[in-house]
Design a protein around this ligand. Structure first.
Ligand SMILES: NC(=O)c1ccc[n+]([C@@H]2O[C@H](COP(=O)([O-])OP(=O)(O)OC[C@H]3O[C@@H](n4cnc5c(N)ncnc54)[C@H](OP(=O)(O)O)[C@@H]3O)[C@@H](O)[C@H]2O)c1
Length: 346
């Protein structure tokens, strides 16, 4: 069987670099095009920009041209700033390509909600309806058939994986879910900003976009579909911490009735029986960011506080892997009918 040709637009960013790392060891994929902005005067050999890929990657990074991108590949992975892919996707789909978009452009179904949270009018509202939400643990069936897959946000992945089985089993209330989340610095992208300087970040920590982060409606949308009762309301407070990688979310939920640890465990086991990348920890074993660093796993642990009718869950993942590039490869595997874990376990 010949390799599937894959192109990456946004190959010079953190998530793009991680995609290259993963796809270089993928057994059935060939990288055929790497693109970024037009700020470089000439195509730059990828191994010049990333010496760690020397002798493994014989491609140059060129400025993005959507027609050339479409010609070069069977599957296009878009790892661009929010708001760019919606204008590229129609050309790629028309050329018969499959698209996996890692930005927020196609995650929300309602164009008005997109506009409110991303501050832009959506130019392709019909494609919002068509796009599959690329969370394999919840949406494998639609991902397998989709020509456009919207890879979830990193914070959203952790929060949804932590809450979905609980809501499906009716163990927790649908309102008042509090997500307190921390992210490593690569979550902000490879950019020069005063707040991101070493001396500002080191030994420091702060909250940002408090109850105003664009992953909040994405989490609410996905969780609303879990269980029969509809809407979910969320308080979401993200923080940036002085780590390179990682998402650490602590989630506080209200129990809907008397619930035992065993019932919660059962809900997770039922929810993730077929999910190779979700690991539930035994009682009293709380996951750490380093446990998942460089991997596609999301590790979960929980505590039932019966007297206060509260459930506390921690969810930990690597923002660049399960939160971005690894999840995109998992989606690619599903879409191509390959084992879900292909290229993701080494
Ligand atoms: N970082 C994460 O943890 C993470 C997790 C989940 C999802 N995502 C999403 O993935 C996307 C990329 O994130 P990132 O962190 O990798 O960002 P990043 O490090 O800032 O990289 C952005 C990429 O987009 C390219 N780009 C910017 N403007 C362009 C233009 N006008 N034309 C063509 N290419 C352009 C950049 O190329 P130049 O080098 O030429 O500027 C770079 O390759 C974002 O939508 C982000 O929300 C990121």
């Amino acid at each position: 069987m010949s390799d599937v040709r894959v192109a990456i637009a946004g190959a010079t960013g953190y998530a793009g670099e991680e995609l290259i790392r993963l796809l270089l060891t993928h057994p059935t994929v060939q990288l055929t095009c790497l693109a970024a902005s037009a700020k470089r005067e000439r195509p730059v050999p990828a191994s010049e920009l990333y010496p760690r890929f020397a002798r493994r990657l014989d491609l140059a990074i060129e400025s993005l041209d959507v027609d050339r991108l479409a010609r070069s590949c069977d599957i296009a992975l878009l790892v661009l700033p929010h708001g760019m892919s919606m204008d590229l996707v129609p050309t790629l789909l028309k050329a018969g390509r499959i698209v996996i978009d890692l930005a927020g452009d196609f995650r929300l179904k309602d164009p008005a909600i997109f506009e409110r949270w991303y501050g832009k009018t959506h130019t392709q509202p019909a494609l919002l309806q068509e796009a599959a939400y690329g969370l394999p643990e919840l949406e494998a069936r639609t991902i397998r058939e989709a020509r456009l897959i919207a890879n979830p946000g990193c914070y959203a992945t952790a929060a949804i994986l932590a809450c979905a089985p609980l809501l499906r089993a009716g163990l927790v209330e649908r309102d008042g879910i509090v997500v307190d989340a921390k992210s490593g610095l690569t979550g902000t992208g490879r950019k020069a900003e005063p707040d991101l300087l070493f001396a500002e970040m080191n030994e420091n920590l702060w909250a940002y976009k408090v109850n105003a982060h664009q992953h909040a409606p994405e989490i609410e949308q996905a969780l609303a579909a879990c269980g029969a009762d509809g809407a979910v309301s969320l308080c979401f407070v993200p923080h940036v911490v002085p780590l390179n990688r990682g998402i650490f979310s602590t989630i506080y939920l209200r129990l809907s009735r008397d619930v035992t640890r065993q019932q919660v465990e059962e809900a997770y086991r039922n929810g993730y029986r077929q999910a190779p990348f979700v690991r539930l920890r035994p009682e009293h074993q709380w996951p750490r960011i380093r446990d998942v660093e460089g991997t596609n796993y999301c590790d979960l642990a929980f505590l039932v506080d019966g007297p206060r009718r509260r459930l506390i869950v921690t969810a930990v993942l690597d923002n660049l892997v399960k939160g971005a590039a690894g999840q995109a490869v998992q989606n690619l595997n599903l879409r191509m009918g390959w084992p879900e874990t292909t290229g993701l376990l080494s």
